[in-house]
Write a protein of this length. Sequence first.
Length: 165
Amino acid sequence: MRRSRTRALALLLPAVLAPAACGVRPSGVVEVGDPAIVQTVPDAAHGGVAVYLKGPDGVLPVIRDSGEKEKATVGRAVMTLLDGPREADRAAGLTSELPGYFEAMAINVEGTTVRITLYRPVRDFSAVARRQLACTAAHAMADSGAVSVVLKGSDTTLAPERCPF
């Protein structure tokens, strides 16, 4: 019995090892050029701002120039977000679930709470739309630590939202 088990193992060993030696030789490192350089953090000192757009797996930050020479305010960051995705963003598959334009709005910062008042109904805003606003406002206030964003509309005030990033 022991001899037949050894013989079976001896016959199986080449069959198992043969695919591992299929003629592919090891190779060295293949050079492909310089690494890509991407701006991942806005240059806040010169008006850079991060707006959050909807990507395939949730919201993603996109760096924008706010047009200001100083650090962008929360209001400027939100207005930049409400301008919507640019052509390059749409080409990359990024969209927004926020309505395009708001007639009027007010933004108040109280400590680490940002209150955004929109003069339109907000009850129908999707979770993604609320997260876009929360993350954009929170990122603009990154120096203040954790920020909660309260969205108030003509129909209701939504529960405070925090950006998970």
